[in-house]
Design a protein around this ligand. Structure first.
Ligand code: UDP
Ligand code: MG
Length: 176
């Protein structure tokens, strides 16, 4: 749990989730947010946003040498996206629970499982991409691939004042 910080000042793992322009155009915003809510994740940030090109390029900078990079940037900037920050529980609960059972039970990895494989034709039924999409280039949703990238992406897409600190009443019903 070294990466989680000291108990007095815990660092809660957060994932950056984004509904891509095809998800917005196809009317899947409610459906996709619902999947994360039903799992038990809490929203800490949420906005509809038209992504500028330089932000899309920065977000996907690890892919900049891939042949599909230009079309990926066109896709992500082709219409509004829905930006989200998802957490499993707040720092307050982290302290209350003293989090003995929570090492590695990360919101980032779990969100990736809910989202499914990059190619929707290979994504399992039951996942968002497996249920709602058919092509890699139109795979409706993004999710951070590591806690570090979660931090990086949240800092890119959200300003400090846009994130909301709140305690979800469901936390004691989600974790023992
Ligand atoms: N992508 C694409 N063609 C490819 C691979 C990826 O258009 O051959 C797009 C697709 O939208 C994907 C995004 O680039 O979601 C980022 O790729 P990554 O490998 O990081 O997949 P992800 O993490 O989104 O599953
Ligand atoms: Mg990725």
């Amino acid at each position: 749990a070294s990466s989680l910080g000291s108990p007095a000042c815990p660092e809660v793992e957060q994932s950056y989730i984004m509904i891509k322009p095809d998800g917005v155009q196809r009317g899947l915003v409610g459906e996709i947010i619902s999947r994360f809510e039903k799992k038990g994740f809490s929203l800490k940030g949420l906005k509809l946003f038209r992504c500028p090109k330089d932000l899309a390029q920065e977000h996907y900078k690890d892919l900049k040498d891939k042949p599909f990079f230009p079309t990926l940037i066109d896709y992500i900037t082709s219409g509004p996206v829905v930006c989200m920050v998802c957490i499993l529980f707040t720092a307050t609960y982290f302290v209350i629970l003293s989090c003995k059972a929570w090492e590695g039970a990360g919101v980032v990895a779990s969100a990736r499982k809910l989202i499914g494989a990059t190619n929707p034709l290979q994504a399992e039924p039951g996942t968002i991409r497996g249920d709602l999409a058919v092509q890699t280039g139109r795979n409706v949703v993004h999710g951070s691939d590591s806690p570090d990238n979660g931090k990086r992406e949240i800092a890119l897409w959200f300003k400090e004042g846009e994130l909301c600190q709140w305690e979800s009443v469901q936390t004691p019903w989600l974790v023992e």
